[in-house]
Design a protein around this ligand. Sequence first.
Ligand code: URA
Length: 434
Amino acid sequence: MRMVDIIHNKRSGQALTDDEIKFFIEGYTKGDIPDYQAAAFMMAIYFQGMNSQETAVLTKAMADSGETIDLSGIKGHKVDKHSTGGVGDKVTFIVGPLVASAGVPVAKMSGRGLGHTGGTIDKLEAIDGLEIEMSKERFVEIVNTHKLAVAGQTGNLAPADKKLYALRDVTATVEAVPLIAGSIMSKKLASGADSIVLDVKTGSGAFMKTMEDSEALAKEMVAIGNNLGRKTIAIISDMNQPLGFEVGNANEIKEAVDILKGAKVDDLRTLSLEIASHMTVLAGAFSHYDEARTALEANLENGRAFEAFRRFIIAQGGDAGMIDDTSKLPQAKFHLDIKAEEEGFVAEIDAESIGTAAMYLGAGRATKEDAINHAVGITLKKKIGDPVQKGDVLVTLHADTESPENAVQKVRQAYRFSPEPINRPQLIHKVIGD
Ligand code: URA
């Protein structure tokens, strides 16, 4: 078998055989197939797609490319969640502690930023000392003791995805149903949770921009999970504007902590409660959704969820002082207000542009080698539906340079106004597989 023929077959729209897909994943993981052929292959898949059989084989081959994590040492029904990636998506920092506060173990493997979207691990590293790499034994011990641990993808967990994820990030090949499904589900299968709740984003800031594509992705992933013995459901949630008000790293941690301390940031709090409620029901902690939702809301109010977050931070070596007092998190040198030049109602905030602006400030990577600046980011002051007067602050940029012109321009391009009142977008579109 030759890789060039496999690329050619996919480029001309053929369905690949199981052996061709396995040949690629094994060869690329070992380093026998170079990045340039893998990049060409990803682009061919991007344009030609894959059918469900090809996607399932790709996913299984990626999951089998390395170790699978044995979580049998963790007591209880383990649930995991995964988002397909969005802007301002700090849901894991709220959902993890919430689910843990209900006594359900969360053993979370998370990734770094991808394209214009942020990554859980990059954000967590804004907290001094927090260790995201640890032995399996330590990971299991933390989950057993505190019900929550978050680790980066270790070298051996789905290594095919680790390499492909970094490659796709810089070759404009992220936004494809089989590639996203394979990437997410291979990690979920290799990391051993009993049940999985997927947060599939749809809209301008998501990799899948239309409901049709998002639903296709959700159905593909739910089928793969259930066929391989994991109870899987997908929530399709809106990403037509950033989630919450903060986009970056340290500032996203701050916003999540505010919610864990009882703040009522509407979309972020609602989506977190929705995901956490489904997770705890799948785990059997509650018999139905409404019961779960009421109990979890109470845990946001009574401080139990914040306490669960605090215990997890300390267990992983992080400085809890930074979440007790979030002004101790990294702070940018300059804060620049961008003001409205017209009046009206906010009709659109292109979330991808906001994510790209945050990346220009240094909150994300343009190349594999770039370092993250945890202090910089964006605070939205106006969201879709809000009335705006000329001169009102739309956004504050937190930057380490005095005039970050390219970020300012991107943010300006992101906002569109209407003279007529605008409804706020629906947050939760559908639940698949419930
Ligand atoms: N999240 C992942 O883990 N992989 C993708 O391809 C997209 C989002």
